[in-house]
Design a protein around this ligand. Structure first.
Ligand SMILES: *Cc1c(COP(=O)(O)O)cnc(C)c1O
Length: 383
């Protein structure tokens, strides 16, 4: 009883708030639109599996927003990549060029189909694939390039398309982090044979877990739909003509996705504003940011900073963590992970950037007050 009394006094006086500042997470989805209403519609109608009208409505709406011809929903961004490579018939003996500076899924998908990843380095300013260094990686076994628009900055798709054409290579875009990113006002994901998206809880548009495969080619879209539905032969019940997969999205996830898309322009704008505020408030510190190339729209999935080395990075992260501000390190180079490690591969730009950077809180609901608190904490580290 005594303890209970003390606790209520603490609460009354707000002591707990004084001593420990509230936590600012690195990410938190904004579900303040029609998400709950649409999910309740699924529950009320009992359409909770992958059948139900939200699935096709979400796919149509997504295709409209990203200006793509076909969009097929799937259960996450990793299987979206797997389906893309299967549909393009990439397999054993094939080599696929991929950046090492990416989330692990971009590379694992290559191994899922039995092909070999060939790691490429990135540009020091934009952190995207360095197209000038790709030519030397191409040989007679090279089948495809996966361009990953890392942290939302578009890759140089014009040069990549040209390179792919000259060398008869397939081109895939991993747009998991690039919803809202454009080149000359054309949305990413429309420059390649197939592109994929992720709707994990921390992506710009989320469905909890989810993904999308998009293409301009009707034949590829049919192949993707066939494979994601257990290889069911169209028009024939329980007759399967290839080994397929169950990679479908549920109606509940699609309901959340549709509600998110209704607010997509606002969500993207919020992130772009956030990046601008960070750049303004951090100007003058010994930090570098991802540089935006001309003619592109950066959707700023995550805002990142680079410091001088790993020791300083880890110390700054600890300093922020002590202030209850969550950060995350940039992606580790995939070519250094045990299952992909080969002794002679050195990617100097990737290795340098990955070891020196971190992502700052980048969700749509980060307030001006929070940005000030975060930036003040960074300034105090350098005092
Ligand atoms: C998030 C992400 C994916 C796939 O994510 P899932 O968690 O499977 O939805 C793939 N590639 C990149 C670059 C990503 O950031």
């Amino acid at each position: 009883m005594f303890a209970g009394f003390l606790f209520s006094i603490h609460k009354l006086k707000g002591w707990r708030n004084c001593s420990v500042k509230s936590k600012i997470p690195v990410y938190q989805p904004d579900l303040s639109g029609n998400e709950k209403k649409y999910v309740n519609e699924c529950l009320d109608s009992s359409w909770i599996s992958s059948k139900g009208h939200f699935v096709s409505a979400f796919e149509r709406s997504f295709a409209d927003y990203t200006q793509t011809k076909h969009a097929t929903s799937v259960s996450n961004g990793t299987v979206a990549l797997h389906l893309a490579l299967l549909a393009l018939e990439i397999g054993p003996g094939d080599e696929v060029i991929v950046p090492s500076f990416t989330y692990i899924a971009s590379v694992n998908a290559i191994r899922y189909v039995g092909a070999t990843p060939i790691f490429a380095d990135i540009e020091p300013e934009s952190w995207q694939l360095d197209v000038s260094k790709l030519k030397m990686l191409i040989n007679k076994n090279t089948k495809a390039i996966i361009a990953v628009h890392i942290y939302g900055h578009p890759c140089d798709m014009v040069s990549l398309k040209e390179l792919a054409l000259q060398n008869q290579l397939l081109l895939v875009e991993d747009c998991a982090e690039a919803f809202g990113s454009r080149i000359d006002s054309q949305h990413v994901g429309t420059f390649s044979d197939i592109a994929t998206y992720s709707f994990f809880g921390n992506k710009t548009v989320t469905t909890g877990e989810g993904g999308m495969v998009v293409t301009q080619k009707t034949e590829l879209d049919s192949k993707i739909r066939h494979l994601k539905c257990q290889g069911l032969e169209p028009g024939r019940e329980y007759w399967h003509d290839v080994i397929g997969y169950n990679y479908r999205m549920t109606n509940i996830c699609a309901a959340i996705g549709l509600a998110q898309l209704e607010r997509a322009p606002a969500l993207v704008k919020k992130k772009q504003d956030l990046a601008k505020s960070y750049q303004k408030l951090l100007a003058g510190l010994p930090l570098t940011f991802q540089q935006i190339k001309p003619r592109v729209i950066h959707s700023w999935w995550m805002f990142s900073i680079l410091v001088s080395d790993t020791t300083e990075r880890d110390a700054l992260r600890l300093h922020l963590s002590n202030d209850n501000i969550e950060t995350r390190p940039l992606f580790n180079p995939v070519h250094q992970m045990p299952m992909y490690k080969e002794n002679d591969v050195r990617l100097p730009v990737t290795e340098s950037i990955a070891g020196r950077g971190m992502n700052l809180p980048s969700w749509p609901g980060v307030t001006g007050e929070m940005i000030e608190r975060i930036c003040n904490a960074i300034w105090s580290f350098y005092k």
